[in-house]
Design a protein around this ligand. Structure first.
Ligand code: ADP
Ligand code: MG
Ligand code: MG
Length: 889
């Protein structure tokens, strides 16, 4: 017999934290908390396997499920001493969804289930508080009605509004028991009208309705979108938790709250959170009343901290905080309720945090001895680290403050104002930066939040939906900006008499909560001491070296600042577009004879030499891989008639000749045309000039600094052994010439980019003439798939959406095709030359999952853009710890 139902609380904990696949995160952790002695109201979890069964069997349940649910409920009844549906002492439960990972989009929790016209009277007597009982009943009908029965929640609001109008009241809190009773009657009537059926009175019908709604919500659009955005498989399914209610809304000695064991924005080691006196469940998150701070040290004038208002419950919670952190060795996000001064724990999970907080918490916890250094390195997501390297507002830049809200998720962003998630997505797709402005956000807005550069809400606290989701996504967010009012109909927001229309620019600073009119200049990020501490720990465990792709002195300096151990790819063509040089390049292209080309190249030589002098000086003895000219010559010619005329004149020729030459050079398929080493073979003088510039620069720096650079000269687009032999011979000859001329000598190596399938497959032959291989995975991906990256944009998203490609192969290396070629080339190359140096220099060099792949095939280094160097260092450390898998060696 399959166990479909697992109990927790009141001394019977059938689940554990590591059973989240079966019980979902919420259920697994409720059981875990109960088993370490924390006060958890008893309940049971219906497993994710039931969800899977449900969808495999036409939305029906396993035959023995009902009995197991009944048994689970009987156990709750026994523990609490109340009975489900009992008219005098009714048991009320909550029904909560819970997938393996927390997933907005799933069914909202239904609280107070079990109430009906008879049990509400029992609750009146049992609690001695008629108002509380009728308020609970109306909350239940409202939640169940909207969440399970699909009644528009406005219909409920209307009825409350009418009751307030009739009685001349303005706040919910002013309504009496009789008035809530009337609201309940109104609700029931309305529900019958809308759904064509009476509101379910039988608690068992209510329970099965809610359970079905949780499973149903696994396949709703919001959940599907969320799963797609976060790579969550549909097969996982969700669990359902049924748990005895505890009441935070039974008076002034009751409360409910949400908190984090450390500050999720900064990582600071303080108890951080919000609570509300005399409130239930989602009141805190909904932003209806303003929640109060937990710790007195965080209370502003006029605020009432839990520490002062409920010292006993607070003290107990502080102990729980410590117990949880020691038990889970990670920052926890917890929910609690205090009923008549008694604390109950309702949820714990590893808390979402900003990149800055994740770094600080990992380093602090290691220093506190909760975890070791290696674990700290594993804790920080390399992609999140990327956020820390993003710009913030320039403190000196002029700015015009519009309003101030809560600093809900750090980072600064500028963009045009949009008021809907759909518009955010549409405009972002056109390449615009947008700031999504909402009164508050809900799970339907996820796609727009994802598309936006920043998010601004006028309502909600630090734990509101907008704040939590933005922190998780790494989007800057200012929440609860009450000084701004939003008018969706007229697409305008206003604050203190200033109006900003949709399409106008705003800047937000999610670190301070400030909102500015127009755009504000930004500055480079400052890296904390924790950053270098963690990087130091990462460097100790990583095997892969990390280099940067850099051409300019600025890039090279940035790369070194971030810890690059050399340059893995210097693309020389980027050096030719400079206005001072392009003339000489064009003169070379237009020349009809070799001697004409040599004259033009002689003009370029000093520039090119200076480029390398600068790079070698900055890289101070670290390896620098320089790729000789790669793109087809056509790319350097002018395009517009005006430019053509201008260039023709400066070169002393006529426009007709220019156009003819451009025609001659134009190719049907330039990517597969006359480029790479094919140019160097047709026009040896080009590579000779470049090689000369490199060696002259290297000798100059070597003499000057006594730290000889180690140039690695890389021949692009080699398909055959012979191509490399020819070009290598040229380079070697020039090296000897320069060494003789300068009476100086530097170590150098010559290798090739492996970017064509043929090169990969014949890597053993090629390795004969190569000192190193650098996998040019951008072109290798293009040539393996027969897919032009520049043209793929039109259908690639469709391919990813349909699952034809699991991921964009230009972002994350395709392990089965492109990766297999890399593996073959690495094996064949090393078989011939065991010390063949292997690296990767495509975009993939900065992508964590590609870095794991590089580790697994035993490459020596990865090279990526300078800003991604820290990401790569961390990912390389994690890959090393994960064990490279089958390593070629
Ligand atoms: P979410 O995933 O949206 O946080 P939860 O299932 O955690 O949904 O519940 C929503 C709210 O209801 C939370 O504030 C939670 O603490 C509260 N809640 C859930 N179950 C109970 C219960 N048995 N008694 C009291 N409050 C509850
Ligand atoms: Mg929910
Ligand atoms: Mg919760």
């Amino acid at each position: 017999m399959t166990q479909w139902v697992y109990s927790f609380g009141a001394g019977r904990n059938e689940g554990r934290a590591d059973m989240r696949n079966l019980l979902g995160g919420k259920g697994a952790n409720l059981a875990e908390m109960a088993s370490i002695g924390l006060p958890v109201p008893p309940g049971f979890t219906v497993t994710t396997e039931v969800c899977t069964w449900y969808y495999q069997n036409n939305e029906t349940y396993p035959a023995d499920l009902e009995d197991q649910v009944k048994a689970g409920l009987a156990r709750i009844e026994e523990a609490v001493g109340n009975k489900f549906g009992d008219h005098r002492k009714p048991l009320l439960v909550s029904v909560r969804s819970g997938a393996r990972v927390s997933m907005p989009g799933m069914m909202d929790t239904v609280l107070n289930l079990g109430l009906n016209d008879a049990t509400v009277e029992g609750l009146v007597v049992a609690s001695g508080d008629a108002r509380f009982a009728w308020d609970s009943y109306r909350r239940f009908i409202q939640m169940y009605g909207s969440v399970v029965l699909g009644v528009d929640h406005h219909r409920f609001e209307e009825i409350i509004e009418n009751e307030k109008l009739d009685t001349g009241k303005t706040e919910d809190t002013e309504l009496t028991a009789q008035e809530w009773h009337r609201v309940v009657d109104g609700y029931k009537e309305m529900v019958r009208e809308v759904t064509g059926k009476p509101f379910p009175q039988d608690p068992w019908d209510q329970l099965w309705g809610a359970v079905g709604a949780v499973f149903g919500s696994w396949q709703n659009q919001r959940a599907i979108t969320y799963r797609r955005l976060h790579d969550i498989p549909a097969e996982w399914g969700t669990a359902v938790n049924v748990q005895a209610m505890v009441f935070g809304n039974m008076g002034e000695d009751c409360a409910t709250g949400v908190c984090f064991t450390r500050d999720p924005s900064t990582g600071e080691n303080i108890f951080y959170g919000e609570y509300l006196i005399n409130a239930q469940g989602e009141d805190v998150v909904a932003g209806i009343r303003t929640p109060q701070p937990m710790a007195e040290s965080r209370a502003k004038p006029g605020e009432r901290s839990m520490e002062t208002v409920m010292p006993n419950a607070y003290a107990e919670l502080v102990k729980v905080r410590e117990t949880l952190e020691r038990h889970y060795t990670d920052m926890q996000d917890i929910e609690f309720t205090v009923q008549s001064n008694k604390l109950y724990m309702l949820q714990t999970r590893n808390g979402k945090r900003t990149a800055a907080a994740s770094l600080k918490i990992a380093v602090d916890m290691a220093q506190e001895g909760l975890i070791d250094h290696a674990e700290a390195v594993k804790r920080v997501n390399p992609a999140a680290l990327d956020q820390l390297l993003h710009p913030t507002l320039d403190p000196k830049a002029p700015r015009k403050l519009l309003a101030k809200g809560l600093p809900a998720s750090p980072g600064a962003a500028s963009g045009v104002v949009v008021f809907s998630a759909d518009e955010a997505e549409a405009r972002a797709q056109k390449g615009e930066s947008v700031i999504l402005v909402r009164i508050e956000t809900s799970p339907e807005d996820i796609h727009g939040m994802h598309a936006a550069k920043g998010i601004l809400t006028t309502r909600g606290g630090m734990t509101s939906h907008a704040a939590v989701v933005a922190r998780g996504m790494g989007r800057p967010c200012v929440a609860g900006c009450g000084g701004v009012s939003v008018d969706y109909n007229n697409q305008v927001l206003s604050s203190g008499g200033v109006q900003i229309r949709g399409g106008e620019v705003l800047t937000i600073d999610g670190g301070t909560g400030e909102v500015y009119v127009g755009s504000v200049a930004m500055v480079e990020p400052q890296l904390s001491g924790d950053f270098s501490t963690l990087m130091g720990w990462a460097d100790k465990v990583r095997r892969l070296k990390v280099r940067a792709n850099a051409e300019t002195p600025l890039d090279a300096e940035t790369a070194r600042k971030f810890g690059a151990e050399g340059i893995g790819l210097c693309r020389t063509e980027h050096m030719f577009f400079d206005p001072e040089r392009i003339g000489a390049v064009r003169q070379m292209i237009m020349a009809e004879t070799e001697s004409g080309r040599r004259t033009a190249l002689a003009r370029l030589l000093p520039f090119q030499r200076q480029d390398f002098v600068d790079l070698f000086r900055i890289m101070a003895g670290l390896p620098v891989t320089i790729r000789l000219l790669d793109p087809p010559l056509h790319e350097f010619l002018p395009h517009s008639d005006f430019e053509i005329a201008e260039v023709a004149q400066s070169l002393g020729t006529d426009t007709e000749t220019m156009k003819r030459r451009a025609q001659e050079l134009s190719e049907a398929n330039p990517m597969l045309g006359h480029r790479g080493c094919r140019l160097g073979i047709a026009f040896p003088e080009i590579y000779e000039m470049q090689a000369r510039a490199i060696f002259e620069a290297a000798c100059q720096i070597g003499k000057e600094t006594h730290k000889a650079p180690h140039p690695e000269i890389m021949i692009p687009l080699v398909a055959t052994k012979r191509e490399l032999e020819i070009t290598r011979a040229q380079v070697d000859r020039i090296a000897q010439e320069v060494f003789a001329e300068t009476k100086y000598h530097v170590e150098y190596s010559v290798g090739t980019m492996i970017e064509l399938p043929r090169a990969a497959l014949t890597a053993d032959a090629i390795a004969d003439s190569a000192d190193f291989f650098s996998f040019g995975t951008n072109d290798l991906t293009q040539t393996t798939f027969g897919l032009s990256r520049d043209d793929a944009g039109k259908f690639l998203p469709l391919y990813v959406e349909k699952g034809i490609f699991p991921k964009d192969p230009f972002v994350s290396i395709d392990p089965d095709g492109v990766g297999e070629l890399v593996k073959i080339a690495a094996e064949k190359g090393r078989r011939v030359k065991s010390d063949l140096k292997l690296g990767i220099c495509g975009e993939h060099g900065g992508d964590p999952s590609s870095i794991h792949f590089c580790e697994s095939v035993g490459l020596d280094y990865v090279s990526c853009s300078p800003y991604r160097v820290p990401v790569a260092r961390l990912a390389a450390a994690q890959a090393a710890m994960a064990g490279g898998g089958d390593r070629t060696a």
